[in-house]
Design a protein around this ligand. Sequence first.
Ligand SMILES: Cc1ncc(COP(=O)(O)O)c(C=O)c1O
Length: 347
Amino acid sequence: MQIKVDLFSDTGTRPSQEMREFMARAEVGDEQLMEDPTVNRLNEMVADLLGKEEAIYLPSGLMANQISFAVHCRPGDEIIMDKTAHPIHYEGGAAAVISGTSIRPLNGKRGIFTAEQVAAAIRSKDYHDPQSRVVSIEQTSNLGGGTIWPLERIREVCQVAREHGLKTHMDGARLLNAVAATGISAREYAATFDSVWIDLSKGLGAPVGSVLAGSKEFIHQARYWKQRLGGAMRQAGIIAAGGIYALEHNVERLKEDNENARYFAEGITGLPGIEIDAESVETNIVLFRVKGMTAEEFSDRLLRKGVRVSIMGKDLLRAVTHLDVDREDIEYAIKAVSEIIDHDLEF
Ligand SMILES: Cc1ncc(COP(=O)(O)O)c(C=O)c1O
């Protein structure tokens, strides 16, 4: 069955014709020698967007998380993050391998924890304990369902971290979706973090890359890790240009993705067998539960109608909106869900 509406993830976005043309025209140089003018420009743009001294283009968001941990920590240190965080579930255990660190998961609410939880998790200086070194948050929280960390909560958490001498890190894979939803600038969200990155290859629609930002010294250290991990590239301006195009053309429109997600959630609200709280949809990720069949069966039936979502648990599904789906596609997806309820399920 051909996929008509792909709500599997915003990572599947493809570069538009205009983006491809812009990429083809990019001026390039040797990125590893810091001589690629397009990569250098992208780094400046993101450093400015996030209000940091410098930034560094990387092949993936995963590498941005892991390099940050490697710079901030020494082997044996511990990183505090929510139990749903990406490095715990989707990074192949990289923190243990690359920085030799362990992770202290917190039991947050939909990906968001409190300053009190951080304070309680920080280890003592006893030599039996691993040393708490970093607090990491995810804006927005992916497995939390696209939830937005409120600015006030961010400030509280970072303050506690700082009081105890810990570094602070923001996985901003979807930070700009939060910006689109609240109107709070990326700079404001990033202000209290030692390291922060955005992903170019999700809702922004570029094919490759993330950009990690921080102080001059932090980025200097990050560059060693980028080299060590084989992340330094050559004529990377071709792909970095996709990121520049995305920042110039696709940021404002993230609002549409957030609105489409809410529209989808509202459209399936009240259908028998669907459990969803449309009010809780803050950005471009919709989590919903199904009754009467497993998530896998439901997803298969949707797929037969040309709609792809992802399976997040036994009865839990996730739909993510992005620049390759429009309102009409969402209407189609809502209809597909209703048809399964009408024809395939009995209550
Ligand atoms: C919250 C979060 N962090 C990190 C990543 C990793 O990004 P990348 O796929 O660019 O490595 C993802 C990707 O889905 C993500 O959702």
